[in-house]
Write a protein of this length. Sequence first.
Length: 274
Amino acid sequence: MTYTETDVREFFDQTLEAYLAFWDSDGVLHTGYFVDEADDDYHGASDRTTEIVAADAGLDRDSSVLDVGCGCGNFLMGLAGQIGFRGVGLDLSEERIKFAREKLGGRTGLDIRFDVGSATGMPYPAGEFSHVVSQDALFLVPDKPKTHTEIFRVLRPGGVFAFSDFLQPKSEISERSRKHVYDRVRWNGGYSFLGYQTALVEAGFEIVLARNVANHLGQTYRVLRGMALENAETTKDTAVREWMKAFAVSCQEIQYAIADGEFGWGIFVARKPA
Ligand SMILES: C[S@@+](CC[C@H](N)C(=O)[O-])C[C@H]1O[C@@H](n2cnc3c(N)ncnc32)[C@H](O)[C@@H]1O
């Protein structure tokens, strides 16, 4: 089965409640960057990934930042106040944007907003942003080259595209990984570590940095499995409890998929030539 943008949108609309019940009411949903192998602080690791992407991007108070696939909006809400940049978050899921807008409503002094829309056809003029960031979102887009063309278009010359994303290191995927890693989140398939860089160059970007960080992906799902099993014990809502148990099984399968080279994670920085 090939998933469409509509399948992806429906999935992320429908899973918001379960995700919030599991992660936390703040909506922390991305892969962590851990201090060492003993580190099991998922929230700290998740925040660290955000800090790394922001530092790699070189964000400062003069930046105008677009977060593509912003989900619940944590990247911009966490950093805009701290660094002082102007930001826009874009996401396919109306539910996630609604959550982000409600959360933003309670904060003052931030020059950010959230829009519903797709990375494959962005509602912004050419050259609008100095930076485009994204965390674990672009892998879901069925037409990835179209996304790269759009990101290239909305960046000003010399602009920076910094992001983390999931990788498909091997071209052949086993049935088990297909079920637990790919179908689980309506993901058709992705780039290898090198294939991603080739695709960005084909879209006109210069590669500034590429980090293969699969070890942190493995640690994220090791820690999340423990959290899922622990939370399942205390959750009263039967549907959420069943979701957590199924997720714990998937977390174990994800370890196998990473070990077999069927799932990976990368952090990349690319530049639109000046
Ligand atoms: C795994 S979540 C990550 C959310 C957020 N970046 C974070 O780190 O918490 C992936 C997000 O990508 C969004 N997404 C998927 N396809 C998209 C598209 N074509 N355009 C915009 N957003 C998309 C989903 O709706 C979802 O909110």
